[in-house]
Write a protein that binds this ligand. Structure first.
Ligand code: KG4
Ligand code: ZN
Length: 363
C-alpha cells in the first residue's frame, strides 16, 4: 500500500512515496536555500513562486524514483498547515488536482504530526516486528524553525499540548543569532559545526524562568543576551569581515569560517548552543516525567543538531530517546506520507473543500 506524500509548508518542495507506512521508496526535497539565503530568511512571496516552479518535477521524480505510477498509489497525502499560506496552497492544490483527476482519496496531514511520524516511521522500520520502537505514551519535542512544542502522544495518535515557545522557536533563535553574528542563513547548521570548536562554559547564559506554565519555552531573552554581549565587546569589525566573506562566497567552507571566527566568537556560539540545548532537554525531561512517558521523541530541523543529540544520549532522562535520521529531521514528505498511513487505515479522508490553514494547531 503506497502513499504519495506532498509537503510545501515553508521553503522546501518535497514529495515522497512510502510503502505500508514504513518503507521510504523515494524522498525528494527541492530546497530554496539559494533563493532565500541572500535575504537572511524566507521571503513568503518568493517561496510560493519557487514551489510552483518545482512541484510538478518533484512529484514526478518521487514517483519515478520509487518505481511507481500514479495507478500504484492508494492515496495522496498533503500538508494543510501550519505554515505559509501561499506555500501550503501550492502543494495542497496540486494534491487535490491529482486526486480529482485519478479518483484517489486525499489525506490531510498536520505538519507537526508529520515531524513526529518521521521518528515513528524509522523506528517501525528498524524494529521490523520487534517491540523496540518508541513506546506510548511518548513525549514529543518538535523543534524547528517555526516550532518548539511539547506534546504527549497516546494510543491512536492522540496529542495533548504540554508546552510551547512564547516567542521565538529554537531554530529561529539559531537563525537570528547566526545572522546577527554575520554567519548567514540558515544559522543552525553552521552554528552546530562551529560550536564544537568553542568552550560551552565561556559565557554564563541564564536559564529562562517561566511564569505560569513552566513547560513553556522562551528564547528571545537568550537572543538579546547574545546581542548585548556582542555590543559590549565591540565585535562589529569581525562581523563585517564575515558579511564580506558571505558576499564573495555564498557557501564558505568550515575552514574559511574558522579563519573568520576568533576564539571569543566560537566560545559565544558554543555557550549559546549549550543554553538552547539545556532549555530543550530540561523541559522535555520534566514533561516526560510528568506524564510518565515511556519514550521521548525529538524531531524537526533542530533535531539535526549534533550537540543536542550528544547531550540527549548522555543526559539522565526518564525514558529512552529517539531521533530521526538527519534527512528526515528537516522538512520532507516521507514524514507526511507516514503520518497519513494510520489515517488511511481509519478511512480518514479529506474533501476537496479542505483549506490550507496557516495557524493550524495539533492540540
Ligand atoms: O524542520 P525544518 O526544516 O523547517 C521548519 O519546519 O521550520 O527546520 C529548519 C530549522 C532552521 O531554523 C535551521 O536553522 C534549523 O532547523 N537547523 C538546525 C540544524 N539544522 C537545521 N539547528 C541547529 N542545528 C542544526 N544542525
Ligand atoms: Zn518543519
Amino acid at each position: 500500500m503506497r502513499i504519495l506524500g506532498i509537503e510545501s509548508s515553508c521553503d522546501e518542495t518535497a514529495a515522497s512515496v512510502v510503502e505500508n507506512g514504513e518503507t521510504v521508496l523515494s524522498s525528494v526535497v527541492a530546497s530554496q536555500m539559494a533563493t532565500h539565503g541572500k535575504y537572511g530568511g524566507v521571503v513568503p512571496e518568493l517561496a510560493s513562486r519557487e514551489h510552483l516552479r518545482a512541484i510538478v518535477a518533484v512529484v514526478r521524480e518521487a514517483l519515478a524514483e520509487s518505481g511507481s505510477k500514479l495507478d500504484d498509489v492508494a492515496a495522496v497525502a498533503a500538508t494543510f498547515g501550519p505554515g505559509l499560506v501561499g506555500s501550503l496552497l501550492v502543494g495542497l492544490t496540486y494534491a487535490k488536482s491529482l486526486c480529482f483527476a485519478r479518483g484517489l482519496p486525499l489525506i490531510a496531514v498536520n505538519h507537526l504530526e508529520g515531524h513526529i511520524h518521521a521518528v515513528l516511521l524509522e523506528a517501525r522500520r528498524a524494529a521490523a516486528g520487534a517491540p523496540s520502537g518508541p513506546e506510548l505514551p511518548a513525549l514529543a519535542l518538535v523543534v524547528s524553525g517555526g516550532h518548539t512544542h511539547l506534546f504527549e502522544v497516546t494510543e491512536g495518535f492522540q496529542y495533548r499540548l504540554l508546552g510551547k515557545t512564547r516567542d521565538d522557536a529554537a531554530g529561529e533563535a539559531f537563525d537570528k543569532v547566526a545572522k546577527l553574528l554575520g554567519f548567514g542563513y540558515p544559522g543552525g547548521p553552521i552554528v552546530d559545526r562551529l560550536a564544537s570548536h568553542g568552550n560551552p562554559q565561556a559565557v554564563p547564559f541564564t536559564f529562562a524562568k517561566m511564569k505560569g506554565n513552566d513547560l513553556d519555552f522562551s528564547f528571545s531573552g537568550l537572543k538579546t543576551a547574545v546581542l548585548r554581549w556582542v555590543e559590549e565587546r565591540g565585535m562589529q569589525e569581525e562581523i563585517a569581515v564575515r558579511r564580506a566573506l558571505l558576499r564573495n562566497r555564498p557557501h564558505p567552507t568550515l575552514e574559511e569560517w574558522l579563519a573568520a571566527a576568533p576564539r571569543r566568537t566560537l566560545d559565544l556560539l558554543a555557550s549559546f548552543q549549550r543554553a538552547v540545548i539545556r532549555e530543550l532537554l530540561t523541559r522535555a525531561a520534566a514533561s516526560a516525567e510528568r506524564i510518565g512517558a515511556r519514550s521521548l521523541i525529538v524531531s524537526g530541523g533542530v533535531a539535526c543538531n549534533s550537540g543536542l543529540r550528544a547531550a540527549a544520549q548522555s543526559a539522565t532522562l526518564p525514558c529512552p530517546v529517539f531521533f530521526p535520521s538527519p534527512a528526515l529531521s528537516t522538512d520532507n514528505a516521507a514524514m507526511i506520507a507516514a503520518a497519513a498511513f494510520p489515517k488511511f487505515a481509519r478511512g480518514e479522508f479529506a474533501g476537496f473543500d479542505l483549506k490550507a490553514q496557516a495557524n493550524l494547531t495539533l492540540a
